[in-house]
Design a protein around this ligand. Structure first.
Ligand code: 13P
Length: 262
């Protein structure tokens, strides 16, 4: 029997919105979704603000019992010690983060994160009870040289080394060429890679985990294209960048079921 996976819409703010802007944004997002009578059984929602915003977001979410999840955009592979500038998963857990993004292509590209670093960070997230949102994706050159699935599949295999699937994880397939380009993958391309990634989850962590794990698509997701991705059987949500910074656009993405009748 097919397992029902609750769609997950995640907003990666990247390096945008300071803590004061974050408070205003999260409050307005919660109002917009409440006004629209959003049913969180249709789509779970989480935001990923910069580190310096997380305490403010925690306070607001807790004080107003907002039905929004949140997490960080990265964490250290280490738990504590002489690692200047790093943030421990222990600190994120203390801020009631549920999730943490790991291995975003911007971290791989600008900070030299390797597959081994990503794997170490996934293990660190699990040590602290955080659910990693593991990002994989091919560049335009990779696509040309190896086709769509080879690089993301290899990245996921490496990320899962020694991982306990019962601790929970989310996978985000983000083709690098689609990020911030306005040129999203087609739903069929996203489905092909998402299915291959679910195959890896099955091989490495077993079928039960593979069926329960949400595989997101990311890269130029907008209100206008979200429904076409969510119609694909192996795509369980989206990791949204630019469009997650606009309340109307992001809440419209969250409400994909209603506004397009999907
Ligand atoms: P855009 O939605 O701006 O293309 O960014 C996608 C992304 O990188 C989310 O992590």
């Amino acid at each position: 029997m097919a397992v029902k996976r609750t769609p997950f819409i995640a907003g990666n703010w990247k390096m945008n919105l300071d803590h004061l802007q974050a408070i205003a944004f999260v409050q307005k997002l919660a109002w917009a979704l409440a006004d629209a009578k959003h049913d969180f059984a249709d789509a779970e929602v989480a935001v990923f603000p910069p580190f310096t915003d997380l305490r403010s977001v925690q306070t607001l979410v807790a004080a107003d019992s907002l039905p929004l999840g949140y997490g960080a955009q990265d964490l250290s592979a280490h738990d504590s010690g002489a690692y200047t500038g790093e943030i421990s998963g222990a600190f994120l857990a203390q801020l009631d983060c549920r999730y943490v993004i790991i291995g975003h292509s911007e971290r791989r590209q600008y900070h030299g994160e390797t597959d081994a670093d990503v794997n170490a960070k996934v293990l660190a997230a699990h040590r602290h009870g955080l659910v990693p949102v593991v990002c994989v994706g091919e560049t335009a050159e990779d696509l040309e040289a190896h086709g769509p699935s080879a690089v993301p599949v290899a990245q996921l295999r490496a990320a899962l080394e020694g991982v306990d699937g019962s601790k929970g994880l989310v996978i985000a397939y983000e083709p690098v060429w689609a990020i911030g380009s306005g040129q999203a993958a087609t739903p069929a391309q996203a489905e092909q890679v998402a299915a291959a990634l679910r195959g890896v989850l099955g091989e490495v962590l077993g079928d039960e985990v593979a069926q329960a794990t949400r595989v997101l698509y990311g890269g130029s997701v907008k209100a206008a294209n979200i429904a076409s991705f969510l119609r694909e059987p192996n795509v369980d949500g989206a990791l949204v960048g630019g469009a997650s910074l606009d309340i109307d656009e992001f809440s419209s993405i969250v409400r994909f079921k209603k506004h397009v009748g999907a």
